[in-house]
Design a protein around this ligand. Structure first.
Ligand code: ADP
Length: 287
């Protein structure tokens, strides 16, 4: 990758890929690119959206590489990255900021969205669907042409700095109860769909991320694809690339492969004894 833009700076870097997080969760690109193996045109689409100031929505199952992709793109584009894991207690003030009492003074503290808009950072709102609708609406004015963030409490009308980009993600396959993104929110975004990588790509990722050889990576991916077919038998979520990487890391640290599969691939998926037994049989037959 030789065509990268100049990076932001943040002093010493702990993690060579993404750099240290500051107090407010801001990360500057580190020395090396976060490893990301592309499956299609997603890198070009992201770059184009960044250049055209279009917000992006990433849809796909958990553990399929969405977060890694955003980290990689922040690095490629030389932008700081602010990540917020959304949940139903997240309030608009958690995103925009609030007044805090410090000694005798009252001081305003920017929230992660405001900080990203001021600095021209990429703001990644992970699992946006978990946030309440009254929280999600605060991002609306940042997604239209004006790219502004009205801060009601301070009276400031903040214009997002160049380079600011909003990226949201969610898992459409997961049962979120009654939660859904409103059409008025959805239609502000360009959507990129993610799935699990094709077997050859997934094996390459597992070999790299799990530090196992190619044969072991292929075997773990083959097993996982068989396990994924059990999705129809009541598994709420099928095993992700993240889980295969975890199993590979156990194997690389000397745990016997079947034990590693049971601990990292099967256990996290279900407590149902019948399903666990069926999956266990697959492990014994495949590994
Ligand atoms: P998500 O955000 O979709 O839940 P992550 O980005 O956290 O998933 O991916 C989980 C892990 O899977 C990553 O930490 C990485 O090890 C691996 N991974 C998945 N897809 C890729 C990919 N295309 N390139 C590199 N690593 C990947």
């Amino acid at each position: 990758m030789s065509d990268r833009a100049p990076r932001g700076t943040a002093g010493d870097v702990d993690d060579p890929a993404i750099g240290p997080a500051t107090d407010d969760g801001l990360r500057y690109p580190g020395a090396q690119a976060p490893y990301y193996l592309a499956a299609g045109e997603e890198v070009a689409v992201f770059e184009m959206c960044h250049a055209r100031q279009l917000p992006l929505m990433l849809k796909g199952p958990t553990g399929c590489g969405k977060t890694r992709f955003v980290e990689h793109m922040a690095w490629r584009l030389g932008r700081p990255l602010v990540t917020v894991a959304c949940h139903d207690d997240l309030s608009a003030s958690d995103l925009t900021g609030r007044y805090l009492i410090r000694g005798a003074e009252t001081v305003w503290l920017d929230g992660p969205l405001t900080r990203a808009a001021r600095l021209g950072a990429i703001c990644y709102l992970d699992e946006i669907i978990e946030a309440r609708p009254d929280t999600v609406v605060v991002i609306h004015p940042l997604t239209d042409d004006r790219r502004i963030l009205p801060l009601e409490k301070t009276g400031e009308l903040l214009e997002a700095a160049p380079g600011f980009q909003l990226v949201i993600s969610y898992n459409p396959g997961y049962q979120h109860g009654l939660k859904d993104l409103k059409p008025s929110t959805r239609q502000r975004f360009v959507a990129l769909e993610f799935g699990f990588p094709a077997p050859e790509l997934e094996a390459e990722i597992v070999a790299h991320e799990g530090s196992v050889d190619r044969n072991m990576a292929v075997a773990l991916v083959t097993l996982t694809n068989r396990l994924r077919q059990l999705g129809d038998r009541g598994l709420a979520e099928v095993p992700s690339t993240r889980l295969i990487v975890a199993a590979a890391r156990l194997v690389a640290s000397g745990i016997p492969v079947r034990a590693a599969c049971r601990a990292a691939l099967l256990g996290p998926l279900t407590d149902d004894p019948e399903l666990l037994a069926a999956m266990h049989d697959l492990v014994m037959a495949t590994m």
